[in-house]
Design a protein around this ligand. Structure first.
Ligand code: C2E
Ligand code: CA
Ligand code: CA
Ligand code: CA
Length: 277
């Protein structure tokens, strides 16, 4: 198996029609196929905190690739390759099953948020995969939250509306991720059945320095509330941001100020010193 992989990598290394970046990408793509076959992925979990009570309410699943040579690789480097090659389908199914299974074993019944790629939304098996994972883990479906981005909803919106309603019928919650960063349309908030809006880090990180970001965050919180949706602020890194969000009625926060992503065995335990290295 390893010999086969090395052979393919060598071939990619010497393809003269590819530039350096394309080589790197091609090699990563070949490695990614092996990684999926061999299960080289782990999940880490970043806590989300209720701003009223200060208690953890949920955790977001973030995938990590434990590359045998390069070490841990972050999703920013491989998710788009996985999407372009369709490998996100088997990888995404593994993430769904693994995250739900792990969450079912946690001491506390925190919510488990799972990122869904737009490519996965086109997979006709998605509802079945989720249904089976929930049934096998015997987890309350209300504990499962799917995070999707606006870009996933742009195309073929009628099918997507139907899909989100089917997920909702399973009892799963739906969060709109990275709100405000894509080609946002307020119409999405009306057309799709979201339980929650996640306010993107780009607004939160500049919120205290910039009046325009502050205005956006304040108004997204009010808009969500008026529409009966929850809000989670992402990328909260300071006490000042945390306090401001709490004062302005944001429901939940997530970010390094609260906790970095945690290794899975540790995410089950509410004790200290368990952060991702
Ligand atoms: P995202 O869904 O917006 O996830 C939040 C990202 O922000 C994570 O990066 C997290 O580690 C990082 N983060 C959290 N708090 C802070 C903070 O206070 N400051 C800063 N600077 N960063 C913070 P990560 O794990 O590298 O993931 C990057 C993106 O990759 C995610 O963005 C998501 O779009 C994608 N991704 C991660 N895991 C999965 C997955 O399982 N499936 C899919 N389809 N996409 C995933
Ligand atoms: Ca997310
Ligand atoms: Ca996000
Ligand atoms: Ca993001």
């Amino acid at each position: 198996y390893a010999a086969k992989r090395a052979g393919r990598s060598t071939f990619a290394d010497y393809d003269p029609s590819l530039n350096h970046n394309e080589h790197a990408r091609r090699n990563l793509e070949l490695d990614l196929r092996t990684a999926i076959a061999e299960g080289q992925f782990t999940l880490v979990y970043q806590p989300q905190v209720c701003l009223k009570t200060g208690e953890w309410t949920g955790k977001e699943t973030l995938v990590r690739w434990e590359h045998p040579v390069r070490g841990r690789i972050l999703p920013g480097e491989f998710i788009d390759i996985a999407e372009d090659t369709g490998l996100i389908i088997p990888l995404g199914e593994w993430i769904i099953r693994q995250a739900i299974e792990e969450a079912a074993s946690w001491d506390e019944p925190h919510r488990i948020a799972i990122n869904l790629s737009p490519v996965q939304m086109c997979n006709p098996n998605l509802v079945t995969v989720l249904t089976n994972a929930i049934a096998e883990a015997q987890i309350d479906p209300q504990r499962v939250e799917i995070e999707i981005t606006e870009s996933a909803l742009m195309h073929d919106s009628e099918t997507n509306v139907e899909l989100l309603h089917r997920l909702r019928d399973l009892g799963v919650r739906i969060a709109l991720d990275d709100f405000g960063t894509g080609y946002s349309s307020l119409n999405y908030l009306r057309a799709f059945p979201f339980d929650k809006i996640k306010i993107d880090r780009c607004f939160v990180s500049e919120m205290l320095e910039r009046a325009d970001c502050r205005a956006i965050v304040r108004n997204v919180i009010m808009l969500a509330r008026a529409l009966g949706m929850e809000t989670t602020a992402e990328g909260v890194e300071t006490k000042e941001q945390y306090d401001w969000l709490r004062r302005h009625g944001c429901l939940e926060a997530q970010g390094y100020y609260i906790s970095r992503p945690l290794e899975s065995e540790m995410a089950a335990r509410p004790a200290a010193s368990r952060e991702e290295s």
